[in-house]
Design a protein around this ligand. Structure first.
Ligand SMILES: [Zn+2]
Length: 239
């Protein structure tokens, strides 16, 4: 009996030793889009030319996205906007404006919740199709680029994207603009800026009135060209 108990104790211990790190690894891989663990994501472009892309997530926002568009216009810069379906539903006019100004629109899910990434493929697929349809209704173009909410990737998402023939887009230059001060945002972006970088920003933040022009000026002063994602990655933005 004692022997059995000690064997069970050991096997439980062994189970924990093996499985906890394994589960931790799977979770870590899910949370880090650059790992390409479950699916191939585009997290950076080729580093051959001095080109980078600026991407904006979580809009469209009725005021701040328009402010961002005006700033981009003033520098003649084209960017990429990953829009949340429910925001697109509320502000199709802003979506239209993004497109008319020559920027690219991608899908950033309808619900923008972490749990979506862990749902079965058909749930993810329906969410993406719903968002695609809202974008089609506004700009008459069917997006092929998708950025997962919070950059979380899973096997379910890999299957859903494959069946929709959509590309998964990540980033490799993150400013944490949702929480960082403007000084820190500048420092983070410029510290490691290199050819092929995909910079992650959010067009829902009033702070971009002050910091976005500084970011663009600093990138241009460092002799980088800012291009939309389809040019940086040589992929099709729409079907
Ligand atoms: Zn987001």
């Amino acid at each position: 009996m004692l022997l059995l108990q000690s064997r069970m104790g050991f096997s439980n211990y062994w189970y924990l030793i093996v499985h906890i790190p394994y589960l931790a690894l799977l979770l870590y891989a899910s949370m880090n889009i650059q790992f390409d663990f479950y699916l191939k994501s585009h997290s950076k472009g080729p580093g051959v030319a001095k080109r980078v892309a600026i991407t904006f997530d979580d809009g469209p926002h009725p005021e701040h996205t328009r402010m961002v568009l005006d700033i981009l216009d003033s520098f003649s810069v084209k960017a990429t906007f990953f829009c949340i379906g429910k925001n697109a539903e509320s502000h199709p006019d802003v979506l239209k404006c993004i497109d008319e100004k020559g920027h690219i629109i991608g899908n950033h899910s309808y619900v923008h919740q972490t749990w979506l990434d862990f749902m079965p493929p058909f749930v993810i697929k329906n969410d993406l199709l719903k968002t695609n349809q809202l974008i089609i209704d506004a700009i008459e173009k069917e997006p092929l680029l998708f950025r997962p909410p919070f950059g979380v990737t899973t096997p379910s998402m890999a299957l859903a994207l494959k069946s929709l023939k959509m590309e998964c887009i990540g980033w490799n230059n993150r400013s944490f603009d949702t929480i960082a001060t403007n000084e820190l945002i500048m420092k983070r972006i410029m510290k490691n800026l290199k050819s092929g970088d995909i910079i992650l920003l959010h067009d829902i933040l009033p702070k971009h009135k002050e910091v976005l022009p500084r970011i663009i000026r600093a990138i241009k002063d460092a002799s980088f060209e800012i291009v939309p994602l389809d040019q940086l990655l040589d992929v099709k933005a729409y079907a």
